[in-house]
Design a protein around this ligand. Structure first.
Ligand code: G3P
Ligand code: CA
Length: 272
């Protein structure tokens, strides 16, 4: 077990348990829930006909047997594709489910929210808006409408602002600003691949509440986490797969670890 100061770190399954099952599929999210993840991370994009789907890349080429940009395809087109077989050459001993097409067709955000609603323990969601500028607010608008339908657009009545089961993440400060304007009760996470000079003191752009630095930032500038904490921000680090990086995150007292390997991280934290 990782030796470090006591505090509870949330373990977030990045694109689902994406090391063991094809990313952003029901197979990956069900595996993450079985593995004991506290939360699920997913990227959302809009299809040509306005549906929110869980796909990381702009195009479907890498993770399906189809081709083309998500934004140019309709949901019915995406539904004909197989988002699992690209991973078939990998060791399938642990997660044979990805060959089951019912678990590896395109995943809508709606279906993911249903999965979470049907789970008999609390599962949080960290939803990332991808390329939100292209759609000038439509991603955020549709996302908030969908969350409201599931009663997930903020904390439960009477609970504090930090108890929301859903948070919105983005590399785009503009996207987070839109969310904060329309739904100030929802926590927002500003994702960073590097720290811009104007944010080095631990400040975040307007509209962002939580800091989301990549693990390289944390490795190279461990003092930055302390500055973020001093500025009053929680710190959620991605994508933390190596044991020494988990150890570092624990030592620095980060609040959440986003990982492709939720089971291994939970085990390292002594929670399995
Ligand atoms: O959780 C944040 C992380 O997912 C951001 O990077 O490229 O994996 O979406 P990416
Ligand atoms: Ca992401």
């Amino acid at each position: 077990m990782t030796q470090a100061r006591q505090h509870s770190i949330q373990v977030v399954a990045h694109r689902g348990a994406s090391e063991d099952a094809p990313e952003h599929t029901l197979a990956a999210y069900k595996k993450a829930i079985e593995d004991g993840a506290d939360a699920l991370e997913c990227d959302v994009r809009l299809t040509a006909d306005g549906h929110l789907v869980c796909v990381h890349d702009r195009r479907v080429n890498r993770t399906s047997n189809g081709r083309g940009a998500v934004s140019a395809l309709e949901l019915a087109d995406l539904a004909t594709l197989d988002f699992g077989s690209w991973m078939e050459n990998m060791d399938s001993e642990e997660s044979p489910d990805w060959k089951d097409r019912s678990l590896t067709s395109v995943l809508t955000l709606e279906r993911l929210l249903e999965l979470v609603a049907d789970t008999d323990r609390r599962i949080e969601l960290a939803i990332e808006t991808k390329h939100p500028t292209r759609w000038a607010g439509q991603v955020e608008e549709r996302l908030l409408r969908m969350l409201a339908r599931f009663g997930l657009d903020g904390p439960a009545p009477g609970e504090g602002p930090d108890s929301s089961p859903v948070r919105i993440m983005s590399f785009s400060a503009r996207s987070l600003h839109r969310i904060a304007d329309a739904a100030p009760q929802l926590p927002t996470v500003y994702l960073m691949q590097f720290v811009s000079p104007r944010l080095r003191d631990g400040r975040l752009p307007a509209g962002a509440r939580i800091a989301g630095p990549g693990i390289r930032v944390v490795r190279n500038q461990p003092g930055y986490v302390e500055r973020l904490h001093k500025a009053g921000h929680r710190v959620h680090v991605w994508t933390v797969n190596e044991p020494e990086d988990v150890e570092l995150c624990v030592r620095l007292g980060v609040e959440a670890i986003i990982t492709n390997r939720p089971k291994q991280v939970l085990s390292q934290l002594g929670r399995l």
